[in-house]
Design a protein around this ligand. Structure first.
Ligand SMILES: [Zn+2]
Length: 552
């Protein structure tokens, strides 16, 4: 790159929409020269010409130094001389002055640096003459500062320019001579006080560091903002997951990305974390959004019923099959099917699921022909499927088929930033549903909510808020409305206090729920641990579920 190649329109980025003119990473300002002339007069009149000269010299020095740094970052210069000259071209482009004659020698090698620059149309002389009248000494303080700063930055040495002739003192043009500090000798002494270079350079270095950090922060924010721009639009609906936390945002970002494809997704995470909500989120963002979203809990039904639910049946294929019935694979046509608690699917069903995924067709129970299905399958499990595979409880081939993309939803304790928003959302929802005028949660209650470990995750939080709305007698939820387990922080709410008078039924209920919690929701293992049949467990859970729904 050569100095003469510089073009002002290529250097400056006029971002009118942002109110910014950028010169690489420097922000530039456009000023009416007369405003600077008035400022100069003000300075001279208020602090005197000596101090004013010092201020403007250092102002110019910083300006030149920064320009040199920016030009260095922007281009690869053919030579140091070209980089030096670029400063003179640049200040012409910036409208400061036109360097009409430049002599540079001793830029490289051991010879002394000798620089001489002549300028015409210097705005400083113009302004000085207009606002302060003719001068007896050169007045292009900012300009002398500028070239001093610029050359010092280029050559990595202290270079000082002193103006010898000036249009303001009646010369035909302005002229400055520049040398290294060591070559100036005593002649520089009367001018040095105006520079106080050390402090200017320290200040510039500090500024550079601060700018670098600010740039990093800005680009981070920008990336973040762009990432969220599209996502935020979809986070408005009442069904959208709350995602203030980084952990949950990452989940939704991934969900957003996989939504566009038709690939199978395996959703992991503890029970109650909101796997179905994320599944719905994927569905709503996919091209299947207009189709149905169907979810089935593979652990909730005994095998024959589950098979008929999933794949349908033909009339007369078993007792009670009085008519042909479509299964969910067909019901979910052109839509999405969520297989929740997939780990609980019995082996025979696993085989059939694998075939359905591979062949894209299913056969109703009792049917002799297969039908094609167009459905996207999402699967969810709160158990570690890989471990289930290792233990031989889950088919490896089905696991690989499902686990194309794995999204793990974090437990609530790992996304505490979301607790307050979730609590308020549930409050709004349940208060509206029950026609209660409860609008807020007390600070103490919020404190307990955010400090609690939430082993039952979002679902537990929702239950706690629902209960508080039911019990709440005032316009806000207070600590008194929260369950004792929460007030005792960290105690397991599943078993709770066993010392009080409890019915055998209640004891059984708590023992079963606690065992279920211990086995991360696996009904098979819970039944085994409790020594009851899977069917018994299923029946009891059904009763509890009904109780929970009947409870206000
Ligand atoms: Zn001058």
């Amino acid at each position: 790159m050569r100095a003469s190649d510089l073009k002002v329109l290529e250097l400056l980025d006029f971002r009118a929409a942002d109110g910014v003119i950028a010169f690489h990473d420097q922000r530039m300002l456009l000023y009416d020269a007369d405003v600077l002339g008035i400022l100069r007069r003000e300075l001279v009149e208020t602090v005197g010409p000596r101090v004013a000269r010092g201020l403007l010299t250092r102002f110019g020095y910083a300006d030149g130094y920064r320009d040199a740094q920016t030009l260095k970052k922007l281009f690869r210069w053919e030579s140091q001389e070209e980089w030096c000259k670029a400063g003179l071209v640049l200040h012409a482009l910036e409208g400061k002055a036109l360097a009409v004659k430049t002599r540079l020698s001793g830029l490289t090698g051991n010879g002394a640096l000798e620089a001489e620059i002549r300028w015409e149309n210097c705005y400083e002389t113009e302004q000085h003459l207009r606002h302060l009248g003719p001068a007896t000494e050169p007045v292009c303080w900012k300009l002398a500062g500028y070239v001093s700063g610029y050359f010092s930055a280029c050559l990595g040495d202290e270079i000082y320019f002193v103006e010898t002739d000036c249009c303001a003192t009646g010369h035909g043009c302005c002229r400055a001579v520049g040398k290294r500090r060591s070559d100036w000798g005593a002649d520089l002494e009367p001018h040095l006080e105006y520079f106080k270079v050390a402090s200017v350079q320290d200040e510039i270095a500090r500024l550079e560091r601060a700018l670098r950090q600010q740039r990093l922060a800005v680009s981070r924010q920008k990336r973040e903002a762009e990432r969220w721009k599209s996502l935020a639009q979809h986070l408005q609906g009442p069904q959208a997951p709350v995602a203030k936390s980084r952990a949950m945002r990452d989940v939704l970002e991934l969900a957003e990305r996989v939504a566009a494809t038709d690939t199978t997704v395996l959703l992991g995470g503890e029970s109650g974390t909101g796997k179905e909500l994320v599944a719905r989120y994927i569905h709503e963002r996919s091209r299947r959004a207009k189709g149905p979203f169907v979810a089935i809990n593979c652990g909730a039904l005994p095998e024959p019923l589950l098979e008929s639910e999933l794949f349908g049946h033909m009339r007369g294929s078993f007792t009670g099959a009085v008519a042909d019935k479509k299964g969910l694979f067909e019901e979910a046509g052109r839509g999405t099917l969520l297989l929740d608690e997939i780990a609980e699917a019995p082996p025979a069903i696993q085989v059939k699921l694998l075939r359905a995924l591979q062949e894209r067709e299913i056969r109703r129970v009792g049917a002799t022909i297969s039908v094609r299905v167009d459905v996207r399958v999402l699967a969810a499990s709160n158990r570690d499927l890989e471990q289930a595979v290792a233990r031989g409880e889950f088919r490896r081939d089905l696991y690989y088929r499902l686990n194309v993309i794995n999204i793990v939803i974090p437990p609530l304790r790992d996304r505490r930033e979301d607790i307050i928003s979730l609590a308020r959302l549930f409050l709004e929802r349940h208060a509206a549903a029950q026609g209660k005028e409860i609008r807020a949660i007390s600070a103490e209650a919020l404190d307990l909510l955010t400090g609690y470990a939430w082993p039952g995750n979002v679902r537990e939080l929702q239950n706690v808020i629902e209960r508080a709305v039911v019990l709440g007698a005032r316009d806000r939820i207070t600590v008194a409305d929260l369950p004792p387990a929460l007030r005792e922080r960290g105690a397991s709410p599943a078993l709770g206090d066993l010392t009080g008078p409890l019915s055998l039924q209640e004891l059984e209920r708590r023992a079963i729920l606690a065992a279920l919690e211990r086995h991360h929701g696996s009904r098979t293992r819970t039944a085994k641990a409790l020594g009851i049949s899977l069917h018994t467990l299923w029946r009891k859970l059904k009763v509890y579920e009904g109780d929970a729904q009947r409870r206000p």
